[in-house]
Each structure stands twice: as structure tokens, then as C-alpha cells.
Write a protein that binds this ligand. Structure first.
Ligand SMILES: NC(=O)c1ccc[n+]([C@@H]2O[C@H](COP(=O)([O-])OP(=O)(O)OC[C@H]3O[C@@H](n4cnc5c(N)ncnc54)[C@H](O)[C@@H]3O)[C@@H](O)[C@H]2O)c1
Length: 386
């Protein structure tokens, strides 16, 4: 049997379950991986979540995350707790010699991300950050087409993440709505994906002119002892102030001068989880969105323009990684499959002892853009993201 990689997961909520499931599924889709993840230990303060983790295959669980970091059978750790704990836990794991798969936005801001990046460089361990949308086969194809010059020279980019998870005033004030727990709001939660995608597909972002707003400024406190999630709704009059932004937008300039706009909202009414990009070049254009993640919109400028229009390409076996999940185009892949691709990338990185993208350095480049947007919203001026 192939060598095992001992897995720890700290934070067994939504993302902890997704990371765990990805490890359980990865050999089903990539039997040639050459290493076998072994679910050694999970940690969460919630008894119910620990019980679930044991039911789905963890050999042990603890309410104390340090038990995972100190466990000699654990080689690699997922950090899937709320943002405020990313830095302390990721740095402790790295200093204990563990490889780390940490969720975005890696802390409360760029200083936290930088501390994790520095620790990883010093310890020589590999990191992966949860920029899962990079792995969608249609996105991988779009990147290859852009790199091959198929749409000519890119001169304009539009990226959005319009989510409705908090669009009702009775949406619970869970950890995501407080600076001390989450750092920024829509910026760290959603715009991080938008910024990373832009930088992944086109080029580093150089400067931004940003705005932020909070549309729902007070929300009901979740019942005592139960944090709720950002999808929970609560009735009652016990309202608390929201500490971070619901919406953020920016005009921006890439290195090289190409321009564009970015926008993220967690309170939009209409779109559900509409993460979308549009890349426009001198000879064509590409567009993709998460709500229809198996479709790539492709436009090629013709000579006379009579029949110019977008073609919709369905992701299929000819596109990167698709065939590991489904044999034929039109049978859709889903969000969880992207996380399996991310697990494969992380485990291969651990196997080879070689840093692959996206790692904490990619999050750091992203965090600097997020902070430039925030600074610009306060100063009213263009701010550098470098
Ligand atoms: N990449 C993506 O697509 C994506 C999607 C959602 C969330 N995220 C990120 O994942 C992280 C977690 O988000 P989530 O939605 O899973 O949150 P969640 O609230 O569902 O889960 C967080 C878990 O951490 C646990 N926890 C809290 N304090 C703890 C402690 N001291 N020790 C151990 N466990 C503790 C909670 O009990 C909970 O189970 C966040 O950083 C978020 O930004 C990424």
C-alpha cells in the first residue's frame, strides 16, 4: 500500500467537513496519487461536530486544537476555524513541522497572512490556501486560452461575487459579522476569491480605488451557546451592531496598465452565489460563473462581425481534470469536486515536498489588494496594492 499522510482537521464546521470529505474521496478520483490520506484527528469545540467527524472516519477527536498539532501521527493539518484563529493555529502547526491547508483569508489581514507565510518559509513546509475556484475545469481551460493568446491581449477584466447569504435582516450575527472574529466582511469572505481569480488569470493588481458599505447594520444575536452560521436566521429583538462591510467594490489597474472592476456583496437580492469573471481581450472574450460552473462563455471576434456572439462550451473530458469525475460533457461537476482537486494538489505538494499554487504567498498577494481597497475606501484616493 502507498505511504500514508496523517491528516488533522481543526474546525469541523462547513469547511472542515468539506476538507475531510475531500481527503476521503481523493483516491477514488486519483488512484495514482501515490499517497493515502489517513484521518488521524479532528478538533472542534462542538461535541456534535466531533461526533460527526468520528462517524465519518476520524480515529480520534479533541476539543483542544493543540492536541492535533502535537499528535505525532499527524503530518498535515487543515485550518478551517473562523479567521481570527487562522494565524495562531497555522503558525503553531507549521512550527510543529506540519504541512498546512488553510482557508482563506488566512487571518484578519495581511499582517496575519505574512506571519503564516514567513513561518512556512522558515520551516520548509508546504501550504495550500482554499482558492478552490481556480480548479474548475472551465476555469483551467479559460486560463490556458488566455495564456495561449486566444482572446488577443487582455485589456479589461470584470470580477464579481454577489452572494445572498446575509440578505435578510434576521440573518444571525455569526462570527463573520465582527471585526475581531473575521477581520473584514465581504472583502475577506468573498472579494478574496474575486481578487485571487483576477491575479491568477491575468496579472498582479497594482492599485485600486475602492468603496465599502454596510447595508444591514444591526442583526439578531444567535441564541447563547450556539454561534449559528452565516446561513442561520434568528427571530428576536436582541440586535447587535455589525462590525464589517456587506459590500465592497473597486476600480483597479493590473501591472501592465490593463483596467477593470471588482465587486463583492453578501446581501444581494437576486443572485445566489454569483461569482463571475469576464475577461476581455483585443480579439475575444471569456466569461465564467460559479452558479453555472461547468459552462465557459467564449467569444471570438470574426472578420466581418455579422454573426459575432458568445458560444457556450460545456466542460467535458477534454478539459483539465474533468474526466476524473465524469466521463462525458454535460454531466455536471459540483463544488465539492473542486475541493477534491484541491486536496489532490495539496497532497501531491506534501508528497513531493514542493510548494504548489495556490499557497499562502498567493493569499498574501491577495490580502494586499484587499487592504488597498479598504484603505482607499477610507482615504478616497487610489491606493497601491504592492
Ligand atoms: N474556500 C471557500 O470556498 C470557503 C467557503 C466557506 C468558508 N471558507 C473559510 O473557511 C473558514 C471556516 O468557515 P466555515 O464556514 O466552515 O465556518 P463554520 O462556522 O461553519 O466552522 C467553523 C468551525 O470552527 C469551530 N471552532 C471555533 N472555535 C474553535 C476552537 N477554538 N477550536 C476548534 N474549533 C473551533 C466551530 O465550532 C465551527 O465548527 C473561514 O476562514 C472561511 O473564510 C472558505
Amino acid at each position: 500500500m502507498e505511504p500514508q499522510i496523517g491528516i488533522g482537521v481543526i474546525g469541523l464546521g462547513w469547511m472542515g467537513r468539506v476538507h475531510t470529505a475531500s481527503h476521503r474521496r481523493v483516491l477514488e478520483h486519483f488512484p495514482e496519487l501515490g499517497v493515502r490520506p489517513r484521518l488521524v484527528m479532528g478538533a472542534d469545540v462542538s461535541l456534535e461536530r466531533r461526533a460527526h467527524a468520528e462517524r465519518v472516519g476520524f480515529e480520534a477527536t479533541s476539543e483542544d486544537w493543540r492536541a492535533v498539532v502535537e499528535n505525532p501521527l499527524v503530518d498535515a493539518i487543515s485550518v478551517t476555524v473562523p479567521n481570527a484563529m487562522h494565524r495562531e493555529i497555522a503558525v503553531a502547526a507549521i512550527e510543529a513541522g506540519k504541512h498546512v491547508w488553510v482557508e482563506k483569508p488566512v487571518g484578519l489581514g495581511a499582517a496575519d497572512t505574512e506571519a503564516v507565510a514567513t513561518a512556512a518559509r522558515r520551516a520548509g513546509v508546504v501550504t495550500t490556501v482554499g482558492f478552490c475556484y481556480r480548479f474548475a475545469p472551465a476555469v483551467q481551460r479559460a486560463r490556458a486560452l488566455i495564456r495561449a493568446g486566444d482572446i488577443g491581449e487582455v485589456n479589461h477584466y470584470r470580477g464579481v461575487f454577489l452572494a445572498d447569504y446575509a440578505n435578510r435582516p434576521d440573518g444571525a450575527a455569526s462570527w463573520r459579522f465582527f471585526r475581531e472574529d473575521a477581520g473584514s466582511g465581504a472583502l475577506g469572505d468573498l472579494m478574496a476569491h474575486v481578487v485571487d481569480m483576477a491575479q491568477h488569470l491575468v496579472a498582479p493588481i497594482k492599485r485600486c480605488s475602492g468603496r465599502t458599505a454596510t447595508m444591514i447594520s444591526r442583526r439578531p444575536r444567535p441564541p447563547a451557546g450556539e454561534g449559528g452560521t452565516h446561513f442561520s436566521r434568528v427571530s428576536g429583538e436582541d440586535l447587535v451592531d455589525v462590525g464589517n462591510e456587506d459590500w465592497a467594490a473597486a476600480l483597479f489597474e493590473f501591472e501592465g496598465g490593463m483596467v477593470g472592476s471588482l465587486e463583492a456583496s453578501r446581501v444581494i437580492v437576486g443572485p445566489r452565489t454569483r461569482m463571475r469573471f469576464e475577461v476581455h481581450g483585443t480579439r475575444g472574450a471569456l466569461a465564467w460563473e460559479l452558479e453555472r460552473m461547468n459552462e465557459l462563455e467564449y467569444f471570438a471576434l470574426s472578420d466581418d462581425g455579422t454573426d459575432d456572439g458568445y458560444t457556450t462550451i460545456l466542460a467535458g473530458a477534454g478539459h483539465p481534470d474533468f474526466a476524473a469525475f465524469q466521463p462525458g460533457a454535460g454531466v455536471p461537476m459540483g463544488y465539492d469536486d473542486l475541493r477534491v482537486l484541491e486536496a489532490r494538489n495539496f497532497l501531491a505538494s506534501v508528497r513531493d515536498g514542493e510548494q504548489r499554487e495556490p499557497g499562502v504567498d498567493d493569499m498574501l498577494a491577495c490580502a494586499r489588494v484587499l487592504e488597498a481597497i479598504e484603505r482607499s475606501a477610507a482615504s478616497g484616493a487610489w491606493e497601491s496594492a504592492r
